[in-house]
Design a protein around this ligand. Structure first.
Ligand code: UDP
Length: 365
């Protein structure tokens, strides 16, 4: 089989690349290992008419106007500001830590203007490396050991199954600390959920006369049968190179969906459980699109090592291996025959908008 461009994966990286190149007149063949499009941002309505994110909660947020304009060509977004509560010491408190979290945890009034000083005192009492060398250092340098132990330490151990001191500072930088009462999870300018779902958005991206899609096809099984001038790869980085520099680690999730005969299970879309139970968080899906129903579907998230690769694992060892693989990637990209895009192929802890942003930049090069 012949095509101008072969794209491996129909997630946000592959679909964005496919669309841009198709609009530039290229003939595209997308091969997808899964039996559906949209990769891990796939969603669908369940039998109760509630939109479920098949692989765990996906909330779109970006400051990148180009990316926002791009996705808005293919979906109408419902404005949504993500709120998360953390279950700590028997209480449900706002997370990321803000002024109200401190008031509820320490049981005393702290005015907004006093928060910074309060946290400084917490930090002064604590031991950590400065400049921060790892996940723990970043958090403790911002909020001190007491709050680190309550909100971060055990969640991080549950999620990554390793000591937070083995994780890169970058992981902690995902979570802000707020001196105000702002209780949003993200503070990006543009935030929302596609009204008809991510799958529909990706379906529209791929709906172009120059794009053909093959589902349930593993690239590694068919690659010798397809002649393409260029291959855009969005799968696991180490697998592409047949693990030459050793295996990179990924983390997966076990998602246990349950439907309850009640209107709401919890007051916000996501509740985190740093210290109690074995799950990391519970997501109640109807909050995302404000869907109305007498029943509600929730998902308990358990982190695990094996299974679909969802997360990269930012330890020194993995990041060192990544550098070795990326040198090979650079060579291939310079040849003009390959482009590597996305969370798995670039081995980066990207958010959805960053995946699309990377695709836009790399394709237009
Ligand atoms: N994290 C934490 N406590 C929380 C939430 C997050 O310690 O209540 C840490 C944890 O290490 C997590 C990381 O911050 O893996 C990034 O959190 P984020 O919500 O961005 O994770 P994602 O949505 O990507 O799973």
């Amino acid at each position: 089989m012949k095509t101008d461009i072969l794209i491996v994966g129909s997630g946000l990286a592959g679909s964005t690349a496919a669309r841009i190149l198709a609009e530039n007149g290229k003939k595209i063949l997308v091969v997808e290992r899964l039996r559906h499009i949209a990769g891990h941002c796939h969603d669908e309505k369940n039998e109760h008419n509630i939109t479920i994110h098949t692989y765990g909660p996906h909330i779109f947020h970006t400051n990148n106007k180009k990316v926002w304009d791009f996705v808005n060509r293919f979906a109408r977004f419902q404005p949504y500001q993500h709120k998360v509560l953390s279950y700590v010491e028997g209480k449900l408190v706002p997370f990321p830590i803000n002024r109200d979290t401190l008031v509820q945890i320490f049981g005393k009034e702290i005015a907004t203007y006093e928060v910074e000083e309060f946290l400084e005192k917490e930090v002064k009492k604590s031991k950590f490396n400065y400049p921060p060398k790892n996940f723990r250092d970043v958090v403790v340098s911002q909020v001190g050991e007491r709050l680190y132990e309550l909100f971060f330490k055990n969640y991080t151990i549950k999620q990554w199954d390793r000591d937070p001191e083995e994780l890169s500072p970058e992981v902690a930088k995902r979570i802000p600390v707020r001196y105000t009462r702002d209780d949003r999870y993200f503070s990006d300018k543009y935030q929302g959920i596609p009204k008809e779902g991510y799958t529909k958005m990706v379906e529209r991206m791929l709906d172009h006369p120059n794009i053909a899609v093959l589902l349930g096809v593993d690239y590694f099984e068919i690659k010798d049968e397809i002649k393409a001038k260029k291959t855009i790869y969005t799968g696991e980085l180490d697998r592409f190179f047949d693990y030459t520099y050793g295996k990179l680690e990924y983390r997966s999730l076990e998602l246990k969906f349950e439907t309850f005969e009640e209107e709401y299970y919890q007051s916000v879309a996501v509740v985190n459980y740093p210290n109690d139970y074995d799950w990391t968080r519970i997501t109640e899906y109807k909050h995302f699109l404000n869907e109305k129903s007498n029943v509600t579907t929730v998902c308990f998230e358990y982190s695990k090592a094996e299974g679909e690769p969802y997360y990269i694992v930012m330890t020194e060892d993995n990041l060192r291996k990544r550098e070795q693989y990326m040198k090979e990637v650079e060579k291939l990209e310079e040849s003009g025959e390959y482009v590597f895009i996305g969370r798995l192929a670039e081995y980066k802890y990207y958010n959805m908008d960053q995946v699309i942003g990377s695709a836009i930049v790399k394709i237009q090069k």
